[in-house]
Design a protein around this ligand. Structure first.
Ligand code: RIB
Length: 302
């Protein structure tokens, strides 16, 4: 089974702020990091760091050399990362003193997908391959319909939540991975368990994952429901924590682990990400995750 991630590549401008900038306020910022990011790129890097062979398909501008080089540095396959006219996508990220973030995304090249590019890409893959998607590229409804026809297993992280989500045939998706806010937007429920119940009625065949920050993650599929708590850590920056979770979650599927083990692995990985500043730069390697897992086990044994 090949893993294809069609997703965004953004140049992330990360600013450390005292507080999120308010309407009408100008704030002088002392610390700026410029790194490769985008939910798509981050998830491909998380997959690669977790030891999975992943093909990233993405569009970048002439200014996007760093993005392709970053993917290649982590051994993500970039045969389907293409340069197009216009600027790459970028994100302006504020990180406040509590490690919370606030993100503005300009799609740029990420919104230049079209039917011809998608058809060309799909000819390199076959039924049973896994397609991972987020919601930072255009043509998502078309991609999901075509991927379903082709027989891909489809995993979607519908983030960021916007009007395009309502056009995506989510009932065709095998794995839907979303956070509390996205779950609330989709179901109009506020309680996490009610969100999950409603999602089950909306998408009865889909494996559902609701990530809940410090409250952990809920998984539901048919009669199975698993609640995985979050590992307690000191949070420095939550950026890319969700992307890390998703990359490691898919790696567990590829390695055919049990759902319990997959949720533990993905939660451990994202608990490391939040202790570090940065986006793609803060995603841990499998070795780091396994080391932390061994430490957790030995502490439980004490
Ligand atoms: O999930 C984090 C990512 O969201 C950042 O890297 C930024 O580019 C935005 O897409």
């Amino acid at each position: 089974m090949k893993v294809l991630n069609i997703g965004s590549c953004n140049i992330d401008y990360i600013y450390e702020v005292n507080h999120m900038v308010r309407p009408g306020e100008t704030q002088t910022v002392q610390n700026l990091q410029v790194v490769s990011g985008g939910k798509g790129l981050n998830q491909s890097i998380a997959l690669a760091k977790a030891g999975v062979d992943v093909y990233h398909a993405g569009l970048i501008g002439k200014d996007g050399t760093l993005l392709k080089e970053t993917l290649e540095r982590y051994d993500v396959k970039t045969d389907y990362v293409h340069e197009v006219e216009g600027p790459s996508g970028h994100a302006i990220i504020q990180i406040d003193a509590n490690g919370e973030n606030s993100i503005l995304v300009y799609p740029g090249a990420n919104h230049l997908f079209d039917e011809q590019k998608i058809d060309g890409l799909f000819t390199h893959f076959e039924a049973g391959d896994l397609l991972l998607l987020q919601n930072e590229i255009n043509e998502m409804p078309l991609i999901v319909n075509k991927a379903y026809e082709k027989g891909f297993k489809i995993a979607i992280n519908p983030a960021p939540f916007n009007d395009q989500i309502k056009q995506i045939p989510l009932h065709l998706v095998d794995y839907l991975i979303l956070n509390e806010i996205e779950g609330q937007d989709l179901t109009k429920e506020t309680d996490d368990f009610k969100v999950l119940e409603k999602l089950k009625t909306m998408y009865p065949k889909t494996h559902l994952l609701l990530t809940r920050g410090s409250k952990g993650v809920l998984y539901a599929h048919e009669d199975v429901m698993i609640e995985q708590s979050a590992y307690k850590v000191e949070v420095v920056d939550t950026t890319a924590a969700g992307d890390t979770f998703i990359g490691y979650f898919i790696s567990g599927l590829v390695r055919d682990l049990s759902m319990d083990d997959i949720l533990k692995l993905a939660s451990l990985a994202s608990s490391i990400t939040v202790t570090r500043k940065g986006s793609s730069t803060s995603i841990p390697t499998l070795e780091e995750v396994l080391k932390k897992q061994a430490k957790e086990k030995s502490e439980i044994g004490k």
